[in-house]
Design a protein around this ligand. Structure first.
Ligand SMILES: Nc1ncnc2c1ncn2[C@@H]1O[C@H](COP(=O)(O)OP(=O)(O)OP(=O)(O)O)[C@@H](O)[C@H]1O
Length: 239
């Protein structure tokens, strides 16, 4: 479903943020991409979603290259960035209709999904208000709803659990599970280990731009008889 082949990113200041990363994310799995601050998570997700170009390597979404076949590749996913920035002079409902139009969601599905997701996140009452009146959390929830409405093959989120209250986090986790149970794929980044451990089918741990562990939470734990959190802290501590 998503193949990342040997990607690296060197920024113009010579900073190597990602270094020879390979990932193969399968249909129907919840995949957690974890690492400490500055590990290269956001840079990787920006390359996968075509926001920035890798310095080297290739990325395929549903078999389509994000570089040479970007329109087809982009039909396969929606993306929730870590900062909930939306053009904020419009109303919440206008944003959700815009997303529905972009992804050709028919009238019945959009009505049903807008109602379902905005009720779940308790922002349904605010949809006729302009986004500039929304709190940070409400904007984040609006972005998540907008990304779920197209029912994407791959639902990609950058640090989604930061900034959401525990109730909204639980709803998001349930919606991720539902998405995968219906054949979709979820990729999200996090440094919140409890979330990753209980939610993900597989996790990749990235540190200083390099992949340092990959497998199911159980597989990673079995290699050492300590908790995933201790493994993470041990692997990512500075030498
Ligand atoms: N535009 C940029 N120009 C130069 N260096 C950058 C740029 N963006 C990120 N970096 C550097 O690349 C490295 C990886 O950053 P990135 O934001 O991808 O990490 P992250 O794992 O998402 O971190 P966080 O958890 O803090 O969001 C960091 O050292 C960061 O300072």
């Amino acid at each position: 479903m998503l193949q990342v082949k040997g990607i690296s990113k060197v920024y113009s200041n010579d900073k190597k943020a990602v270094d020879g990363l390979n990932l193969d994310i399968k249909e129907g799995e919840i995949f957690g991409f974890i690492g400490p601050n500055g590990a290269g998570k956001t840079t990787t997700l920006k390359m996968i979603t075509g926001i920035i170009a890798p310095t080297e390597g290739e990325i395929l979404l549903g078999g389509h290259s994000i570089k040479t076949d970007a329109v087809e590749a982009k039909k396969n996913f929606t993306f929730v960035p870590d900062h909930p920035e939306i053009y904020d002079a419009i109303k919440g409902i206008d944003y959700l209709n815009f997303m529905s139009d972009m992804y050709d969601v028919n009238k019945e599905d959009r009505k049903m999904r807008i109602e379902k997701y905005t009720k779940a996140f308790q922002i349904d009452d605010a949809l006729t208000q302009p986004v500039n009146s929304y709190s940070h959390g409400m904007r984040q929830k609006l972005l998540i709803c907008g990304a779920l409405i197209p029912n994407p093959s791959i639902f990609i989120l950058d640090e989604p659990h930061v900034g959401l209250d525990p109730h909204s986090n639980k709803i998001l986790k349930d919606l991720m599970k539902e998405h995968c149970a219906n054949g979709g794929t979820v990729l999200f980044s996090s440094h919140v280990l409890e979330v990753v451990e209980n939610l993900c089918d597989r996790v990749a741990i990235i540190h200083k731009g390099k992949l340092i562990a990959l497998g199911t939470p159980e597989e990673i734990k079995q290699e050492r008889s300590i908790s995933l959190e201790d493994i993470f802290l041990e692997m990512t501590k500075d030498e």
